[in-house]
Design a protein around this ligand. Structure first.
Ligand code: TNX
Length: 511
């Protein structure tokens, strides 16, 4: 790319492009960028290296980059609006036509590194690519980067992870660990399944009973937990700094035993059931004919909407097997009205097709293509979370990992999880109706944070590739993934990783 941002195609034979020793190769970045032009020279950094931005909105991302580089080099990496900085982050609205909301260009030359995008999100994803073009660990005093250019635009706008904190509770610090790694792989939606039969995991001011019995236990009867409003807001802000939008889910009208156990008035007979610590689904329902129910739905949605700057509220709507069809439609319509009164967009599981959800909503496919397809035909957009591919509570193979997860949708090894085309999955639904892809980790049979991470990684990185890359290919993807062990598990911000046997895992260079 020249200094005006146009591309100069650098054509080179493979041998001529071979990187100099101790420079990270440019063919390992994940998700795979749209276009990469390495040009086989090297630039070095030193203790005077700095980061400059051309717009104040880029300062938080620049500081995160500075912190990351400081951790490896112990140089200062000061951030400023100086136009002479060695690493330049630049907003340029005129790039929107070519790069969209999240795309970026990165140019590394002898004179410095420039990352440009139309929006701050794109610049941030560019800094994640830059990090991957640098070694995992730096040799003190010597930091080298190959030269060349990257132009990169995501395929889908929605690249997500759903975490079920209701069946087993996972706390703020554990969720932040996931956010760190999501950001590295350009995943941009964290969907929190906050409520279910086993627990109500978001503090409520309007219905404080939810914070007692509703939060006390989890599957198996162990101590549960709840995110306070302050903790939830902290997570939302932490994710937002990394360009990840939190999508909160309050699952209604089924999957509500925790609420029913906390608030007797929500039950048709006025009697609260005991807290539920088992793993069955489909037995609970809010009571449509109770006046308290409408108030409850409005209040809890108002509360979560007020704490959520992002545009989406997920209202569940799945497996309401104890709710009549009419009551289901009534309660979903109440929830929809509450979401829209808060200026938010409704998201729900594909069962929403049974409630005349219509245009303007987003449905999440998991099991029944005919429901999702019907919703799309009546104007919905769809997020794809097919259980047989991206339910990360499915074991990788028989009893693998041992005593963790389940297999009702089959065993889902890393390759099977990856090998499907989001544009082909739902018959009759074209790519333009697909918002994107989301992996989901349900936690009935996942008790500890190590187990949670082991089930998510590496399959989530495959979701990142499916959601971002133009033509995902297992052989190429898995070769890249094999070089990422320490990028995923790195002690600075790393997670547990299952060394899936289909992946050619390689030791990372430490230079
Ligand atoms: C189905 S997916 C469910 C969840 C379970 C999950 C277990 C969906 C909308 N409902 O309630 O936790 O299977 O894999």
């Amino acid at each position: 790319m020249n200094s005006r941002g146009g591309f100069v195609l650098v054509v080179c034979a493979l041998s001529a492009c071979a990187p100099a020793p101790s420079v990270e190769p440019w063919d390992r970045v994940l998700p795979t960028p749209t276009e990469v032009f390495p040009d086989n020279r090297v630039r070095t950094f030193d203790s005077f290296s700095n980061i400059g931005v051309n717009d104040d909105s880029l300062l938080p991302g620049a500081k995160l980059l500075g912190a990351e580089l400081r951790r490896g080099t112990e140089w200062q990496w000061p951030v400023s609006t100086a136009s002479s900085a060695v690493i330049r982050l630049e907003l340029d609205a005129s790039l929107h036509d070519s790069l969209g909301d999240e795309g970026y260009e990165l140019v590394s030359s002898r004179s410095g590194v420039v990352i440009r995008a139309a929006n701050a999100a794109g610049v941030f994803w560019g800094t994640q690519t830059l990090r991957q073009l640098l070694p995992v660990k730096f040799t003190p005093g010597a930091m080298r980067l190959g030269t060349g250019a990257v132009r990169d635009v995501p395929r889908f706008a929605w690249r997500g992870l759903m975490v079920d904190v209701a069946r087993h509770f996972f706390e703020l610090s554990e969720l932040k660990r996931l956010v760190n790694v999501m950001a590295r792989y350009k995943l941009n939606r964290l969907h929190l399944h906050l409520t279910d039969d086993q627990g109500w995991r978001l503090e409520s001011q309007k219905w404080p009973a939810l914070n007692g019995i509703g939060a006390a236990t989890e599957v198996g009867g162990t101590e549960g937990g709840q995110l306070t409003r302050a903790e939830y807001s902290e997570l939302v802000a932490y994710a937002a700094e990394r360009f990840i939008t939190v999508v909160p889910e309050l699952d209604l009208p089924g999957h509500t035993n925790a609420a029913l156990a906390s608030i007797p008035e929500l039950n048709c007979d006025g009697v609260a059931p005991p807290p539920y610590i088992g793993t069955m689904v489909g037995f609970s329902s809010l009571c449509a004919s109770r006046p308290e129910t409408a108030r409850f739905i409005r209040d809890v949605i108002d509360e979560v909407a007020a704490l959520t700057p992002g545009p989406w509220i997920h209202i569940g709507g799945d497996e309401a097997r104890s709710t009549s069809a009419d009551d289901y439609t009534r309660m979903i319509q109440l929830a929809r009205a509450a979401v829209e009164a808060n200026g938010k967009q409704l998201v729900g599981w594909e069962e929403l097709a049974n409630a005349d959800a219509g245009t303007g909503v987003v449905v999440q496919h998991w099991i029944d293509p005919s429901l999702a397809t019907r919703a799309v035909q009546s104007g919905a957009k769809v997020i794809l979370s097919p259980a047989r591919r991206v339910y990360f509570d499915m074991q990788y193979a028989v009893d693998t990992p041992r005593d963790v997860g389940t297999f009702w949708a089959g065993y889902v090894d890393a390759r099977l999880s990856f090998e499907w085309d989001p544009a082909q999955w739902l018959p009759g639904v074209s790519e333009s109706s697909v918002l994107g892809v989301e992996g989901a980790v349900w936690t009935e049979f996942i008790d500890t944070n190590d187990e949670l991470e082991t089930m998510i990684f590496p399959r989530l990185i495959g979701v990142g590739e499916l959601g971002w890359a133009k033509s995902p290919d297992w052989r190429k993807y898995s070769t890249r993934l094999g070089t990422h062990v320490s990028r995923i598990t790195d002690d600075g911000a790393g997670v547990k990783l299952f060394l899936a046997p289909q992946v050619p895992w390689a030791a990372m260079s430490t230079e």
